[in-house]
Design a protein around this ligand. Sequence first.
Ligand code: PGA
Length: 258
Amino acid sequence: MRKKIVAGNWKMNKDYTEAEELLFGLKDRLIEKPQRDGVDVIVCPPFPFLDLAYDAATDEEGEEYLFYLGAQNCASTEDGAYTGEVSARMIASMGATHVIIGHSERRKYFKESSEQLFEKVNLALDNELVPIFCCGESLEEREKGIHFDVIRKQLEEVVFKLKESEFSNVIIAYEPVWAIGTGKTATTEQAEEMLAFIRGLIKDKYSKDIAEDSYLLYGGSCNDKNAAELFACPDVDGGLIGGAALDLEKFLKIIYAA
Ligand code: PGA
């Protein structure tokens, strides 16, 4: 039986004080009313707040996680003369457990290629970080009816190149680009259809067991109003939440809906 995962992607939002308020607010509220058993919460703040987030996420000994902690990106190289980059090793050493890789905003604005994403996924795994690998089609691709091919290609070029033992540590987030930050959520049918398709691809590539154990998330205008319905779909194992993760009350409603 798979758990549910609710992951918040803050993107480039909040300053230190605001981050502190949201992170410790989340901590207090989850202590007061924990999420349902079998629900994992992951918070992915910007890099400068990882340390703060670690303090909020863990108990006094820094061992038990009340919620997990992810970065939004990592470098595609190990370390060295790459001014401004942040390595997977650095992220892991901050106590982070996850890292988002291949978000459509990274692909679009920073021209990240599948080759780079493959390097990033490998570096994340080498450093014992769980990659949350994002895939998604554009509106034009959906309108042309090629969305299934686009997703298959995005997976084949990166995560399907992994060995079975590596792939089993990856979370996949399907985020149709036309739904991200637009308020235009995919219907439950569209989300379920694509995630069932992805699960089928995993079965063909690896095995039935791996497919059944894989975590597949939906992202794109998932919010406190539509989360319960989306999460009730058999192949939707939770969500990657952008805008609604910046508001404590909304994020909590999504967590409790899972
Ligand atoms: P959104 O973003 O929830 O604001 O649409 C989701 C994401 O980009 O991960």
